[in-house]
Design a protein. Structure first.
Length: 318
Protein backbone atom coordinates (compact mmCIF):
# COMPACT_ATOMS: atom_id res chain seq x y z
CA UNK A 1 0.00 0.00 0.00
CA UNK A 2 2.99 2.34 0.42
CA UNK A 3 3.94 4.14 -2.78
CA UNK A 4 5.88 7.41 -2.87
CA UNK A 5 8.08 7.97 0.17
CA UNK A 6 10.76 10.41 1.24
CA UNK A 7 13.43 9.03 3.57
CA UNK A 8 15.69 11.59 5.22
CA UNK A 9 18.83 11.42 7.34
CA UNK A 10 21.06 14.07 8.93
CA UNK A 11 24.28 14.10 10.90
CA UNK A 12 22.32 15.56 13.83
CA UNK A 13 20.70 12.12 14.23
CA UNK A 14 22.82 9.97 16.58
CA UNK A 15 22.98 7.04 14.14
CA UNK A 16 24.47 9.30 11.43
CA UNK A 17 26.61 11.56 13.64
CA UNK A 18 29.94 10.70 11.99
CA UNK A 19 28.71 10.38 8.41
CA UNK A 20 29.76 12.27 5.32
CA UNK A 21 27.01 11.28 2.91
CA UNK A 22 28.67 12.48 -0.29
CA UNK A 23 31.73 10.39 0.52
CA UNK A 24 29.56 7.42 1.47
CA UNK A 25 27.32 7.37 -1.58
CA UNK A 26 30.19 8.18 -3.94
CA UNK A 27 31.86 5.05 -2.65
CA UNK A 28 28.80 2.98 -3.61
CA UNK A 29 27.58 4.62 -6.80
CA UNK A 30 29.89 5.57 -9.62
CA UNK A 31 27.46 7.85 -11.41
CA UNK A 32 25.28 10.78 -10.43
CA UNK A 33 22.96 12.99 -12.38
CA UNK A 34 23.81 16.46 -11.09
CA UNK A 35 26.30 18.16 -8.82
CA UNK A 36 25.28 21.55 -7.48
CA UNK A 37 27.86 23.95 -6.02
CA UNK A 38 27.88 25.41 -2.55
CA UNK A 39 25.71 28.51 -2.41
CA UNK A 40 24.84 30.90 0.41
CA UNK A 41 26.10 28.60 3.12
CA UNK A 42 24.29 25.51 1.80
CA UNK A 43 26.56 22.51 1.30
CA UNK A 44 27.05 21.28 -2.25
CA UNK A 45 25.13 18.12 -2.98
CA UNK A 46 24.88 15.44 -5.61
CA UNK A 47 21.86 13.68 -7.06
CA UNK A 48 22.42 9.98 -7.63
CA UNK A 49 20.35 7.83 -9.98
CA UNK A 50 21.59 4.34 -9.27
CA UNK A 51 18.67 2.64 -7.48
CA UNK A 52 16.09 2.12 -10.20
CA UNK A 53 13.52 4.87 -9.95
CA UNK A 54 14.68 6.08 -6.53
CA UNK A 55 16.29 9.51 -6.43
CA UNK A 56 19.08 9.89 -3.88
CA UNK A 57 20.22 13.39 -2.96
CA UNK A 58 23.22 13.83 -0.68
CA UNK A 59 25.33 16.58 0.82
CA UNK A 60 28.07 16.12 3.39
CA UNK A 61 25.62 16.32 6.29
CA UNK A 62 22.26 15.08 4.97
CA UNK A 63 20.64 12.76 2.44
CA UNK A 64 17.20 11.95 1.09
CA UNK A 65 15.81 9.00 -0.85
CA UNK A 66 12.58 9.73 -2.66
CA UNK A 67 10.16 8.18 -5.12
CA UNK A 68 7.86 5.17 -5.40
CA UNK A 69 8.82 2.14 -3.32
CA UNK A 70 6.19 0.21 -5.23
CA UNK A 71 7.86 0.96 -8.57
CA UNK A 72 11.25 0.25 -7.04
CA UNK A 73 10.11 -3.22 -6.01
CA UNK A 74 7.48 -4.20 -8.61
CA UNK A 75 8.58 -2.02 -11.52
CA UNK A 76 5.17 -0.31 -11.59
CA UNK A 77 2.47 0.88 -9.20
CA UNK A 78 -0.42 -0.81 -10.96
CA UNK A 79 0.44 -3.63 -8.58
CA UNK A 80 0.12 -3.02 -4.85
CA UNK A 81 2.95 -3.04 -2.35
CA UNK A 82 1.54 -5.34 0.36
CA UNK A 83 2.97 -5.48 3.86
CA UNK A 84 5.14 -8.49 2.92
CA UNK A 85 6.26 -6.74 -0.29
CA UNK A 86 7.19 -3.69 1.76
CA UNK A 87 9.45 -5.76 3.99
CA UNK A 88 11.15 -7.23 0.92
CA UNK A 89 11.55 -3.79 -0.66
CA UNK A 90 13.17 -2.38 2.49
CA UNK A 91 15.44 -5.40 2.73
CA UNK A 92 16.49 -4.88 -0.90
CA UNK A 93 17.11 -1.16 -0.29
CA UNK A 94 19.14 -1.91 2.82
CA UNK A 95 21.26 -4.39 0.86
CA UNK A 96 21.94 -1.89 -1.93
CA UNK A 97 22.88 0.88 0.52
CA UNK A 98 25.22 -1.39 2.47
CA UNK A 99 24.69 -3.53 5.57
CA UNK A 100 26.40 -0.97 7.80
CA UNK A 101 24.17 1.89 6.63
CA UNK A 102 21.69 2.58 9.50
CA UNK A 103 18.64 2.94 7.25
CA UNK A 104 16.23 2.01 10.04
CA UNK A 105 17.12 5.24 11.87
CA UNK A 106 16.33 7.59 8.97
CA UNK A 107 13.10 9.57 9.18
CA UNK A 108 10.16 9.18 6.82
CA UNK A 109 9.08 12.76 6.04
CA UNK A 110 6.48 12.12 3.31
CA UNK A 111 4.56 9.12 2.04
CA UNK A 112 1.52 7.94 0.09
CA UNK A 113 -0.60 4.98 1.16
CA UNK A 114 -3.05 3.50 -1.32
CA UNK A 115 -3.97 0.99 -3.98
CA UNK A 116 -5.89 0.56 -7.24
CA UNK A 117 -9.48 -0.70 -7.12
CA UNK A 118 -10.63 -2.82 -10.06
CA UNK A 119 -14.20 -1.89 -11.04
CA UNK A 120 -16.85 -3.04 -13.51
CA UNK A 121 -17.17 0.30 -15.31
CA UNK A 122 -14.77 3.16 -16.19
CA UNK A 123 -13.48 4.93 -13.08
CA UNK A 124 -15.00 8.30 -13.99
CA UNK A 125 -18.49 6.95 -13.31
CA UNK A 126 -17.50 6.24 -9.71
CA UNK A 127 -15.61 9.49 -9.27
CA UNK A 128 -18.85 11.38 -9.84
CA UNK A 129 -20.21 9.80 -6.65
CA UNK A 130 -17.66 11.45 -4.38
CA UNK A 131 -18.95 14.92 -3.61
CA UNK A 132 -17.82 16.04 -0.15
CA UNK A 133 -15.99 15.09 3.04
CA UNK A 134 -16.08 16.85 6.43
CA UNK A 135 -12.98 18.95 7.03
CA UNK A 136 -11.68 18.68 3.46
CA UNK A 137 -11.79 20.98 0.45
CA UNK A 138 -12.34 19.28 -2.89
CA UNK A 139 -10.42 20.05 -6.10
CA UNK A 140 -10.15 18.52 -9.57
CA UNK A 141 -7.05 16.43 -10.25
CA UNK A 142 -5.67 15.90 -13.75
CA UNK A 143 -8.23 15.26 -16.49
CA UNK A 144 -10.01 12.49 -14.59
CA UNK A 145 -9.66 12.70 -10.85
CA UNK A 146 -10.33 14.69 -7.71
CA UNK A 147 -8.70 15.16 -4.35
CA UNK A 148 -9.93 16.11 -0.92
CA UNK A 149 -7.41 18.38 0.75
CA UNK A 150 -6.76 19.69 4.22
CA UNK A 151 -3.61 20.85 5.94
CA UNK A 152 -0.80 18.29 5.51
CA UNK A 153 -3.00 15.53 4.07
CA UNK A 154 -4.90 14.70 0.86
CA UNK A 155 -7.27 11.96 -0.25
CA UNK A 156 -6.61 11.39 -3.94
CA UNK A 157 -8.90 9.56 -6.39
CA UNK A 158 -8.21 9.24 -10.11
CA UNK A 159 -8.59 7.02 -13.14
CA UNK A 160 -5.34 5.05 -13.15
CA UNK A 161 -5.87 3.96 -16.75
CA UNK A 162 -6.06 7.61 -17.89
CA UNK A 163 -2.45 8.32 -16.90
CA UNK A 164 0.46 8.23 -19.35
CA UNK A 165 1.86 5.11 -17.71
CA UNK A 166 1.82 1.89 -19.71
CA UNK A 167 0.14 -0.84 -17.64
CA UNK A 168 1.50 -4.39 -17.41
CA UNK A 169 -0.32 -6.83 -19.68
CA UNK A 170 -2.40 -8.18 -16.78
CA UNK A 171 -3.99 -4.74 -16.40
CA UNK A 172 -4.69 -3.80 -20.04
CA UNK A 173 -8.44 -4.47 -19.86
CA UNK A 174 -9.01 -3.24 -16.29
CA UNK A 175 -11.01 -0.28 -15.02
CA UNK A 176 -8.83 0.99 -12.18
CA UNK A 177 -9.68 3.68 -9.66
CA UNK A 178 -6.65 4.83 -7.69
CA UNK A 179 -7.34 5.80 -4.08
CA UNK A 180 -4.50 6.92 -1.85
CA UNK A 181 -3.89 9.12 1.16
CA UNK A 182 -0.95 11.48 0.78
CA UNK A 183 0.79 12.48 4.00
CA UNK A 184 2.52 15.60 2.75
CA UNK A 185 4.14 17.43 5.62
CA UNK A 186 4.86 17.50 9.37
CA UNK A 187 4.57 13.76 9.79
CA UNK A 188 5.49 14.13 13.48
CA UNK A 189 2.52 16.48 14.00
CA UNK A 190 0.11 14.13 12.21
CA UNK A 191 1.18 11.05 14.17
CA UNK A 192 2.30 12.65 17.44
CA UNK A 193 5.87 11.41 16.90
CA UNK A 194 8.57 11.10 14.26
CA UNK A 195 8.20 8.15 11.91
CA UNK A 196 11.36 6.22 11.08
CA UNK A 197 12.05 3.55 8.48
CA UNK A 198 11.97 0.96 11.26
CA UNK A 199 8.33 1.93 11.90
CA UNK A 200 7.43 0.84 8.37
CA UNK A 201 8.32 -2.68 9.43
CA UNK A 202 5.71 -2.78 12.17
CA UNK A 203 2.45 -4.55 11.35
CA UNK A 204 0.66 -2.32 13.82
CA UNK A 205 1.68 0.83 11.97
CA UNK A 206 0.75 -0.63 8.58
CA UNK A 207 -2.68 -1.68 9.89
CA UNK A 208 -3.16 1.73 11.51
CA UNK A 209 -2.63 3.42 8.14
CA UNK A 210 -4.92 0.90 6.45
CA UNK A 211 -7.66 1.63 8.99
CA UNK A 212 -7.34 5.38 8.38
CA UNK A 213 -7.43 4.74 4.61
CA UNK A 214 -10.73 2.86 4.99
CA UNK A 215 -12.22 5.20 7.60
CA UNK A 216 -11.54 8.32 5.53
CA UNK A 217 -13.28 6.75 2.55
CA UNK A 218 -16.35 5.99 4.67
CA UNK A 219 -16.55 9.65 5.71
CA UNK A 220 -16.86 10.79 2.11
CA UNK A 221 -20.38 11.88 1.29
CA UNK A 222 -21.67 10.05 -1.75
CA UNK A 223 -24.07 11.62 -4.20
CA UNK A 224 -27.56 10.24 -3.50
CA UNK A 225 -29.64 8.96 -6.37
CA UNK A 226 -31.92 10.51 -7.37
CA UNK A 227 -30.73 13.94 -6.22
CA UNK A 228 -31.95 17.50 -6.06
CA UNK A 229 -31.00 19.42 -9.18
CA UNK A 230 -29.26 22.68 -8.25
CA UNK A 231 -30.38 24.18 -11.55
CA UNK A 232 -33.75 24.71 -9.82
CA UNK A 233 -32.19 27.60 -7.92
CA UNK A 234 -33.34 31.02 -9.11
CA UNK A 235 -31.16 33.12 -6.79
CA UNK A 236 -28.55 32.94 -4.02
CA UNK A 237 -31.10 32.14 -1.31
CA UNK A 238 -32.41 29.24 -3.37
CA UNK A 239 -28.87 27.86 -3.56
CA UNK A 240 -28.48 28.10 0.21
CA UNK A 241 -31.75 26.27 0.78
CA UNK A 242 -30.87 23.54 -1.73
CA UNK A 243 -27.45 23.07 -0.17
CA UNK A 244 -28.89 22.73 3.33
CA UNK A 245 -31.52 20.23 2.25
CA UNK A 246 -29.00 18.25 0.18
CA UNK A 247 -26.59 18.09 3.13
CA UNK A 248 -29.27 16.38 5.20
CA UNK A 249 -29.90 13.91 2.38
CA UNK A 250 -26.28 12.85 2.30
CA UNK A 251 -25.71 12.38 6.01
CA UNK A 252 -28.11 9.53 6.76
CA UNK A 253 -29.73 6.63 4.98
CA UNK A 254 -32.95 6.48 7.03
CA UNK A 255 -35.55 7.85 4.65
CA UNK A 256 -38.05 8.80 7.36
CA UNK A 257 -35.44 10.68 9.37
CA UNK A 258 -34.21 12.43 6.25
CA UNK A 259 -37.70 13.51 5.28
CA UNK A 260 -38.42 14.93 8.72
CA UNK A 261 -35.07 16.71 8.85
CA UNK A 262 -35.58 18.27 5.45
CA UNK A 263 -39.00 19.60 6.49
CA UNK A 264 -37.49 20.86 9.75
CA UNK A 265 -34.82 22.62 7.73
CA UNK A 266 -37.51 24.48 5.81
CA UNK A 267 -39.14 25.54 9.10
CA UNK A 268 -35.79 26.79 10.42
CA UNK A 269 -35.16 28.74 7.25
CA UNK A 270 -38.67 30.18 7.44
CA UNK A 271 -38.14 31.38 11.01
CA UNK A 272 -34.85 32.95 9.93
CA UNK A 273 -36.83 34.83 7.27
CA UNK A 274 -35.10 33.22 4.30
CA UNK A 275 -38.48 33.03 2.56
CA UNK A 276 -39.79 36.34 1.29
CA UNK A 277 -43.41 35.09 1.14
CA UNK A 278 -45.36 32.24 2.84
CA UNK A 279 -46.00 30.70 -0.57
CA UNK A 280 -42.25 30.02 -0.89
CA UNK A 281 -42.29 27.89 2.23
CA UNK A 282 -45.23 25.86 0.87
CA UNK A 283 -43.47 25.51 -2.49
CA UNK A 284 -40.35 24.07 -0.87
CA UNK A 285 -42.31 21.72 1.38
CA UNK A 286 -44.01 20.41 -1.75
CA UNK A 287 -40.65 19.91 -3.47
CA UNK A 288 -39.28 17.94 -0.51
CA UNK A 289 -42.40 15.78 -0.24
CA UNK A 290 -42.22 15.02 -3.96
CA UNK A 291 -38.55 14.17 -3.65
CA UNK A 292 -39.10 11.67 -0.88
CA UNK A 293 -42.08 10.10 -2.59
CA UNK A 294 -39.56 8.83 -5.19
CA UNK A 295 -37.56 7.06 -2.51
CA UNK A 296 -33.83 7.02 -1.94
CA UNK A 297 -31.49 4.20 -2.80
CA UNK A 298 -27.69 4.18 -3.19
CA UNK A 299 -26.67 3.74 -6.80
CA UNK A 300 -25.28 0.49 -8.16
CA UNK A 301 -21.92 2.25 -8.57
CA UNK A 302 -21.87 3.28 -4.92
CA UNK A 303 -22.71 -0.22 -3.72
CA UNK A 304 -19.97 -1.74 -5.85
CA UNK A 305 -17.34 0.81 -4.79
CA UNK A 306 -18.22 0.40 -1.11
CA UNK A 307 -17.96 -3.37 -1.41
CA UNK A 308 -14.60 -3.31 -3.16
CA UNK A 309 -13.03 -0.71 -0.85
CA UNK A 310 -14.14 -2.86 2.10
CA UNK A 311 -12.70 -5.95 0.41
CA UNK A 312 -9.34 -4.21 -0.12
CA UNK A 313 -9.30 -3.18 3.54
CA UNK A 314 -9.77 -6.80 4.60
CA UNK A 315 -7.39 -8.25 2.02
CA UNK A 316 -4.38 -6.01 2.71
CA UNK A 317 -4.50 -6.19 6.49
CA UNK A 318 -1.13 -7.41 7.76
Amino acid sequence: MFDTVRIYGHTSYPAFAKANFVDYFSGIFSEYGESLPEDEGISSYKIYKSLGNLRITASANHFSIENSLCKYYHGNNFMTLTYDDLQSALKKLKSELGKKFPLDHAKVTLFDFGTNISLDKPAVQYLNLLVDSPGYDIYPYRPSGKYFSKQRRQLLFYDKMATNEIPPSDFFDKNLLRYEIQYLDKIDVQFGKYIYVKDLKRKGFFNQLLKVWYREYLKIIKQPYPYIDYSQAKNANDLIRLHNIQTHLRQKLDLGVLHAQALDEINVLSKARHFAYPIEKRRWRKKVNEYYSKGFTPSTFEKELNTKIRAAYSFYKA
